[in-house]
Design a protein around this ligand. Structure first.
Ligand code: F6R
Length: 247
């Protein structure tokens, strides 16, 4: 299904409320909530709202286990462009999540360590009980996570090469495209698909053409987000601008 909100603010508050509901429901049962998280500009307000719910409405993250979708490779965690840094700034530093419950692909691995790390990432998600909810943004290439065009529907966590457009879109954060890493470690399409619920969010006119393809286009590896059409547990959450090219 597709849900369209007046603006990014309203949509983000809604998604944060949905996450809070999962966390509280699990808490009551004495269970962990397992969340798949995204970075980038899209989820910033959602994280701010989760922090507000923690500070003002007593939402605890003590029973929350998180798995982030991706990280650039190579990448030092203390670098301002790292997704570790982003998550700490936007969410983790401001809530009561346990450090050991946070998982983000490791941008500091040696090449020969990557395959084992990726297999282990999948195992850790399974051992945690699987993802209750995966939140996604979408790149202008149609990527979800960093699953660029050509990604297989059953792909797992792995090292990938970033599309040129993705590196151009990231160039502002890095002060030039030449500084954007050429690779990343990302959960696969298959990993994302195993989540019990999937929410893809997109805001602004800039995303309207790719949102149209993702929601209405032919299902194809050329636009990896189209695979989501095959899931019965996905919701596309859009603002009016991002939804403006849907027919
Ligand atoms: C981030 C991620 C990416 C972004 C996408 C959109 O963890 O996996 O797929 O969601 O590139 O980025 P923004 O939100 O910056 O437009």
């Amino acid at each position: 299904p597709v849900s369209v909100y007046k603006n990014e603010q309203e949509a983000s508050v809604q998604i944060a409320a949905r996450i809070a509901k999962i966390i509280r429901k699990k808490q009551k049962k004495g269970e962990n909530a397992v969340l798949g998280l995204a970075t980038g500009a899209t989820p910033v307000i959602m994280y701010a709202e989760l922090v507000r719910l923690h500070k003002e409405e007593g939402l605890s993250f003590k029973n929350v286990i998180t798995f982030n979708l991706d990280e650039y490779y190579p990448m030092q965690p203390d670098s301002a462009q790292s997704y570790v840094y982003f998550m700490n700034e936007q969410l983790f530093n401001h809530v009561d999540i346990k450090k050991e419950n946070i998982h983000i692909p490791d941008g500091t691995l040696k090449k020969e360590e990557i395959i084992d790390f990726c297999l282990n990432y999948e195992k850790k998600i399974e051992a945690a009980g699987g993802l209750d909810l995966q939140v996604l943004g979408i790149g202008r290439t149609g990527h979800i996570g960093f699953n660029e065009p050509g990604s297989a529907p059953n792909s797992g966590t792995r090292l990938v090469t970033l599309d040129d457009l993705t590196r151009r879109d990231a160039s502002r954060d890095f002060g030039g495209k030449e500084n954007v890493p050429t690779k990343a470690i990302t959960m696969g399409i298959g990993t994302i698909f195993k989540a019990r619920e999937i929410v893809l969010m997109a805001w602004s006119k800039k995303k309207a053409p790719i949102v149209r393809k993702a929601v209405e286009g032919e299902i194809s590896g050329d636009v990896p987000a189209t695979y989501l059409q095959l899931s019965e547990h996905v919701e596309f959450i859009l603002d009016t601008s991002a939804a403006s090219e849907l027919t």
